[in-house]
Design a protein around this ligand. Structure first.
Ligand SMILES: CC(C)(COP(=O)(O)OP(=O)(O)OC[C@H]1O[C@@H](n2cnc3c(N)ncnc32)[C@H](O)[C@@H]1OP(=O)(O)O)[C@@H](O)C(=O)NCCC(=O)NCCS
Length: 169
């Protein structure tokens, strides 16, 4: 079973390890810690089987998402799912949680950048309603970056409805 755990400084190393598996340009544990410490920075780790011990098969940490909220704007900083867990809804779970949290913190729009040749990530983002906003030529070592945007829905507070979980602690 996958549960989402709020990312904190002690997780920097395991998060950097996951990032290194998923990206050609990995963030070091130190960079990961610096991102966690940035104002407005939030993170979640998808943990499968209640274990944070690095693993390429369950149980273990399956993926992560980091985002940043500044005023009424938010940005996905990174999102990644380890290969054995892909196409099982983990990326969607992480992205949805980040969108919900950013909206709960008062963000009206979520932005992100994605490599123009990253079809899986673009498919994930489009499926969640992100639309292309612009293009940065050669942003990723010669590969263009697409900037995408999603207007966020204000959290609903319906009397009698289940309580909104609110922002990630
Ligand atoms: C992008 C990424 C996070 C998706 O994670 P995931 O857990 O596999 O995604 P999900 O299973 O939640 O997929 C949700 C939807 O996204 C789309 N999608 C995800 N991967 C896809 C793929 N390889 N091809 C086509 N569509 C894909 C589909 O619409 C999918 O829904 P479906 O499975 O019902 O068709 C993962 O592929 C990854 O970590 N990639 C490497 C790191 C990366 O590129 N991060 C994004 C940087 S901008």
């Amino acid at each position: 079973m996958i549960e989402l755990v709020a990312a904190a400084m002690p997780h920097a190393e395991v998060m950097a390890g996951m990032h290194a598996v998923c990206f050609a340009e990995p963030w070091s544990p130190r960079s990961m810690a610096e991102v966690l410490l940035m104002p407005g920075s939030q993170g979640l780790i998808a943990v499968d089987g209640a274990s944070l011990r690095p693993s390429l098969a369950p149980p273990g940490p399956a993926g992560l998402v980091m985002w940043r909220c500044l005023g009424d704007e938010a940005e996905i900083l990174t999102i990644a799912v380890l290969p054995p867990w892909r196409r099982q809804g983990v990326g969607a779970l992480l992205l949805t949680a980040a969108l919900r949290d950013a909206a709960a913190r008062g963000a009206a729009t979520m932005f992100l950048e994605v490599a123009a040749d990253n079809d899986p990530a673009q498919a994930l983002y489009r499926r969640h309603g992100f639309e292309p906003l612009g293009r940065r030529k050669g942003y990723y070592h010669g590969i263009d970056a697409l900037t995408m945007r999603l207007p966020l829905e204000k959290p609903k507070s319906t009397p009698g409805a289940a309580e909104d979980p609110g922002p990630v602690e």
